[in-house]
Design a protein around this ligand. Structure first.
Ligand code: FAD
Length: 399
């Protein structure tokens, strides 16, 4: 039996950060990881360069049943705190669009930093390929049975992540522990995930696979002005991934193909100025040729040879409305297989926002993605992992 001050379940972003910070405060920490190696999602994140945080991090960048929940942890450990560590470790990084920060070289740099800091404390014992079968609290301590023996500690941090990409360690175990100790779970669904289509629009997207354009993608809950990428199955790219967090099965979404243009004013003006031009040639500076061809077949198939002057104003207004507001109905999403995150999870209304401790069970903490907190695309999910882990570590008690 291994007795320790703290057991952390899961050596991902949140688990490793918590181990580092708790050990730095003097705690003896055992981290139990089911996979062969720690931090696999960190390695595959951001296309292998890990978008580790963002220059602008606020509560509005997170989805959560309690929108104020994230504020305390983000204040205790901000994006600037993490950036400071990245600089201290001399990890080269750069800024991309919308304040996203990526490693110049490799996501490995971030994982190595976490592992080095854990090692430096000499108080973190990381045990991989550890399959925990049961978690109990017979008396004051948590008792865990696993294929690597028994572990006990007065404090248990659950950092098992979400359900996305099951081959990368996603699983139900963290949620089961929450239920076992009386916490409520909020329904889970795949987030930051491409949309799929099975209708005529899907056929168009399939034939445009690989082309990306800047649009505004919206529904009644949210709106994102970023790129969409057409795929063989539907729509991906930042705008689609972002909106998927706010979409529910069966709902429509709206694509503004000309987000910086009032299409109505543009077409009516062009009718005056370029009376002989064809509608498709006027759109050529604004949209990819292959897309225009499909839009023509969809919205003005019998009028494709007309000159602008031959269109009634009413007809141009109809086409303009579609250009600025293409109503689409996804058949679904690609699901957990490709989702970057899991929405829902452990109800944060039963956790302390200051410490991440369960209100129903002292000594039990939940951090990172297992909690019902999901960030927008752009480094926010890792920032939540760093911040929630740090906040938790400050509340843990040394022996
Ligand atoms: P995880 O990092 O998933 O770690 C959980 C750990 O727990 C895993 O190591 C898992 O093996 C282990 N585990 C699970 N069950 C058990 C068990 N029963 N016993 C023991 N161990 C267990 N976010 C960003 O902010 N920026 C990005 O660039 C970015 N890119 C991404 C790219 C991809 C392809 C994916 C899938 C996600 C990406 N994310 C990104 C999201 C980000 O990876 C997660 O939000 C983050 O990893 C969550 O950290 P976590 O520690 O809570 O969970």
């Amino acid at each position: 039996m291994v007795n320790t001050d703290l057991i952390i379940l899961g050596a991902g972003a949140a688990g490793l950060m918590c181990a580092w910070q708790a050990a730095a405060r003097g705690l003896k920490v055992t981290v139990l990881e089911r996979a062969k190696r720690p931090g696999r999602k960190i390695l595959m994140s951001g296309g292998g360069r890990c978008n580790f945080t963002n220059l602008d991090v606020e509560a509005r960048h997170f989805l959560c049943e309690n929108p104020h929940f994230v504020k305390s942890a983000l204040k205790q450990y901000s994006n600037w705190d993490f950036i400071g560590k990245v600089i201290e470790h001399e990890i080269p990084y750069h800024e991309r669009d919308l304040g996203k920060l990526f490693c110049d070289d490799s996501a490995k740099d971030i994982l190595n930093m976490l592992l080095l800091e854990c090692e430096a404390t000499t108080r973190v014992n990381l045990i991989s390929q550890c399959d925990v079968q049961t978690v109990d609290k017979p008396k004051d301590d948590f008792l865990l049975q696993s294929n690597k023996g028994q572990f006990s500690a007065p404090q248990l941090v659950v950092a098992t992540g979400g359900l996305s990409i099951p081959s990368m360690g996603g699983g139900e175990f963290g949620y089961q522990i929450a239920e076992q100790f009386g916490l409520t779970l909020l329904p889970t669904r795949a987030g930051l995930v491409p949309f799929t289509f099975s209708d005529a629009a899907g056929k168009i997207f399939e034939s445009l696979a690989g082309i990306a354009i800047d649009v505004t993608l919206s529904n009644e809950r949210a709106s994102f002005s970023e790129a969409v990428l057409f795929t063989h199955r539907g729509l991906s790219g930042p705008a689609s991934l972002q909106l998927s967090n706010y979409w529910h099965s069966g709902e429509t979404i709206h694509m503004d193909l000309l987000p910086s243009l009032d299409a109505r004013a543009f077409l009516l003006e062009q009718k005056q100025q370029q009376a002989k031009a064809k509608l498709r040639s006027l759109l050529r500076d604004l949209l990819p040729k292959a897309l225009i061809k499909h839009l023509e077949q969809l919205w003005w198939p019998t009028e494709s040879d007309r000159a602008m002057a031959e269109f009634s104003n009413q007809r141009l207004e109809e086409i303009a409305r579609q250009l600025n507001n293409w109503v689409l109905k996804p058949s679904g999403t690609e699901g957990y297989r490709t989702a970057e995150v899991t929405l829902g999870g452990v109800d944060c209304r039963q956790l302390s926002s200051k410490t991440m401790e369960a209100e129903t069970q002292s000594g039990l903490f939940f951090i990172g993605e297992v909690v019902d907190v999901t960030g927008h695309l752009g480094g926010f999910n890792f920032q939540w992992a760093w911040s929630s882990a740090y906040a938790c570590a400050q509340a843990l008690k040394p022996a």
